[in-house]
Write a protein that binds this ligand. Structure first.
Ligand SMILES: [Fe+2]
Ligand SMILES: [Fe+2]
Length: 291
């Protein structure tokens, strides 16, 4: 039996309240992260000093080392100390990584509600980050590093939604696959709230820069991102086009480019397709992966 409309609205209202409350209760960004951010801003702070502070958080240190040796970034696996890693990555990228790691503790776990296996979320996020940076350079966006951050963080809202609405989400995901809607569209219909909006609330809570907050919030609807719509459009392209292995692709469900992204970036779909295949070729040639 289908619930009457008013009952349904009440249920959705309750769910939204519960989800929003969970964000209010979310832990603030850990002290060590704030300290790292501050050390990156201090004029003349050395790589040694920054790496010392990063070293206070073991998991974070491991992530930074891993990133510095990552094929995604075009490096070989030769970086063994944190200090070297900091020098290799540079402060801008360290900032991004640290924010991303803080925000995404949980991305390694499975997102059962989204039918995603352990690591899928992180793999999709890294692939989107790399693609966003690639597209940003191709369209001469002034801050390609920013695009990397936006790509890495665009789906953080899924972590919260998955945790607090897991049962409903299993249903949402099945329903979405049947109707070949994007998960974003199904979330909106079912909950009145979607992972992009929830992600932006998380980013706000953690006082991320406004450009990132907007890129996260509007990565499916870039035209809403006001003065930051370029970054939102780049993230939208990257999210929809980033290639992943076919198995993960199935689990992620359909992803679509929003037509507005082409207008915002003043670019044709053909040009985007060409940039995309250049990217895939580049990664395949250099690293043997299409990601
Ligand atoms: Fe998304
Ligand atoms: Fe995504």
């Amino acid at each position: 039996m289908v619930a009457p409309q008013s009952d349904n609205t009440a249920i959705i209202d309750r769910r939204v309240k519960k989800i929003l409350r969970s964000i209010e209760l979310m832990r603030p960004i850990p002290m060590v992260i704030t300290r790292i951010m501050r050390s990156l801003d201090e004029p003349g702070s050395s790589a040694g000093y920054v790496s010392e502070i990063i070293g206070l958080d073991q998991a974070l240190a491991a992530n930074v080392l891993q990133a510095a040796n990552s094929a995604f970034l075009g490096y070989g696996p030769s970086c063994t100390t944190l200090k070297e890693a900091v020098m290799r990555l540079g402060y801008k990228r360290i900032r991004t990584l640290v924010l991303a790691v803080a925000a995404s503790r949980g991305m390694d776990g499975s997102l059962a509600g989204y039918n995603m296996a352990a690591g899928d979320m992180w793999a999709h996020s890294v692939a989107t980050a790399v693609a966003a940076q690639w597209f940003a350079r191709a369209v001469d966006y002034l801050e390609p590093e920013e695009a990397y951050s936006a790509g890495l963080l665009h789906d953080i809202g899924k972590i919260v939604l998955n945790k607090f609405a897991e049962e409903e989400y299993k249903w949402v995901f099945k329903n979405q696959q049947k109707q070949s809607e994007t998960i974003f569209e199904t979330e909106k219909k079912t909950f009145g709230v979607d992972h992009a909006y929830i992600g932006s609330l998380m980013a706000q809570k953690w006082t991320f820069p406004q450009v990132l907050i907007n890129a996260i919030q509007y990565h499916h609807n870039p035209e809403g991102a006001g003065e930051y719509k370029q970054l939102a459009a780049i993230t939208n392209l990257a999210n929809a086009l980033t290639p992943v292995d076919p198995e993960t692709l199935t689990r992620l469900g359909p992803r679509k480019v929003n037509e507005a992204s082409y207008d915002i970036l003043k670019i044709t779909p053909d040009r985007v397709a060409a940039m995309n295949s250049q990217m895939v070729t580049y990664y395949k040639m250099n690293f043997g992966t299409g990601r």
